[in-house]
Write a protein that binds this ligand. Structure first.
Ligand code: TYD
Ligand code: MG
Length: 459
């Protein structure tokens, strides 16, 4: 009797459409991701993919670590440098990559361009689109000047048919655009729901791992919950990339947030043009292009994005506030970090900021979230408050502590060299970093050990 009840109960499960959390009863708010009203009733299905399958290496028994061979897996270069860099130096055969991003940002364009480049190298590429017809894809390809015969296009949303075609055409690289449109008729839930996304990607992943097929899954990130977020997939894949950008700007940033085969936080910069995405080899130049010279509140900082130093302009605007609680608005830098640095500035330099609105912005829609930008934030706020510009050929970086001390940062040499390359004449950096940089001639280095020191140099 009890067993029967158990079985009957197990058939229905409620899953959060945002994060995939499952619960035996309906919940108003998800325990896991704290989203409201995201639970949908679904039939409980045992996932078909992880069950008793051999692991990614194909071994059933444990192996001694000494016996595992690590024959270097050859990477395949697409020829699009920025794309290869973000992947960690080319495409790893048999790897799985998830590319997320807002609709219309250029995911399909990026992948069709990458596939065109890969098929030029003689690889068979299969582009499965659940969103566009072959005609539409062809029109886009015409615009991009793509007509490689080994680039195969399939417009299909049924999982079973897609798997059949993969087995038939045996491609070397595959893209599913997008994973939310694929559905399996074995599942009762609607396309785009969490269980469909999980089941379909599970089946594709199993097939891909077995046959050494490199796969890209495109996923939309939407806030309204009509399509399941691809976040549930993040732990199933090897690499997670985000394609970001501002609709107001033409440049797009491809960012690796997880990479089993390379460094994360690596970015690739592209520009969306009439003829598709163009790589930008030297992003610093672009980010500094429209910089106002000799304007108070503008500071250039060198931030590391993965393995690459990038110079960006940081702007601050300090103006008298008429609000009881003055505004602190930040774009591109951490809000709490700015609040902390403003407090340091008030305490250590006696600058009165309690009745001032403070806005901090990183020009060009770039995000910088490392402590090395602290000193530049302090300098920008101080410069705007005093209405005194900072010399346009100076670059500033360093971490600031609560006592007003400036701490050393990682990869100072790469940052200084990048600044020198772009014609900067002076660098203000932590004094603990200058010791190893005695050989650097340009820019001229000024080591500082406290916010006070930096102030004295600047103003
Ligand atoms: P798309 O790749 O369809 O975006 P996603 O797949 O992420 O939804 O890109 C669509 C946008 O890109 C669209 O607004 C038009 C623009 N675009 C160009 O500016 N130039 C081009 O050559 C192409 C193909 C698209
Ligand atoms: Mg698309």
């Amino acid at each position: 009797m009890e067993r029967k009840l158990k079985m009957a109960r197990a058939r229905i499960v409620y899953s959060c459409q945002n994060c995939g959390y499952q619960s035996p009863k309906w919940l108003g708010k998800c325990n896991d991701c704290n989203q409201w009203n995201t639970f949908v009733e679904e039939k409980f299905e045992r996932a078909a993919y992880p069950r008793a399958e051999a692991g990614p290496g194909g071994h059933d028994d444990p192996t001694s670590i000494a016996e595992i061979s690590i024959a270097e897996e050859g990477r395949v270069l697409s020829g699009i440098g920025e794309f290869d860099r973000v992947l960690g130096g080319g495409l790893v055969p048999g790897s799985l990559t998830l590319i997320g991003g807002d609709p219309g940002i250029g995911k399909s364009t990026l992948l069709i361009q990458a596939f065109a480049a890969l098929s030029q190298n003689g690889l068979t590429c299969l582009y499965v689109s659940g969103e566009e017809s072959p005609r539409q894809i062809k029109l886009r390809a015409e615009r991009l000047g793509i007509a490689q015969p080994s680039l195969l296009i399939l417009s299909e949303t049924a999982l079973e048919k897609i798997l059949e075609q993969i087995k038939k055409t045996r491609p070397a690289v595959l893209v599913i655009d997008s994973i939310q449109t694929v559905f399996s008729s074995a599942l009762p839930s609607a396309p785009g729901s969490i269980s469909q996304v999980r089941e379909c990607s599970g089946s594709i992943i199993t097939l891909a791992k077995k046959s050494g097929l490199s796969t890209f899954l495109i996923g939309h990130v939407t806030k309204d919950g009509s399509l399941a977020g691809p976040r549930v997939l993040e732990h199933m894949v090897d690499t997670v990339l985000y394609f970001e950008g501002d609709r107001g700007h033409n440049f797009r940033i491809l960012r690796a947030v997880k990479n089993r085969f390379g460094s994360t936080n690596e970015i690739g910069v592209f520009e969306m043009k009439e003829g598709g995405l163009k790589e930008i080899g030297n992003p610093s130049e672009l980010f500094l292009l429209e910089r106002p010279l000799e304007a108070p509140g503008s500071v250039v900082v060198c931030s590391m994005e993965g393995t690459r130093p990038i110079l960006v302009e940081l702007q601050a605007l300090v103006s008298p506030s008429f609000l009881a609680v003055p505004r602190r608005t930040t774009i591109g830098v951490d809000h709490n970090r700015v609040a902390l640095l403003v407090a340091v500035l008030e305490k250590k330099r006696g600058v009165k900021l309690f009745n001032q609105d403070i806005f901090v912005n990183v020009a060009g829609g770039v995000q910088v979230d490392e402590p090395a930008v602290d000193l530049a934030i302090v300098a920008a706020v101080a410069s705007s408050y005093q209405e005194r510009p900072i010399d346009a050929r100076t670059v500033i970086f360093g971490e600031v502590g609560l006592a007003g001390e400036v701490r050393g940062i990682a990869q100072a040499e790469a940052r200084v060299k990048e600044a020198g390359k772009l014609g900067f004449e002076r660098a203000i950096l932590p004094s603990s970093n200058t010791a190893q940089l005695k050989h650097v001639k340009t820019p001229k280095l000024h080591g500082v050990s406290s916010v006070d020191d930096c102030w004295k140099i600047l103003f």
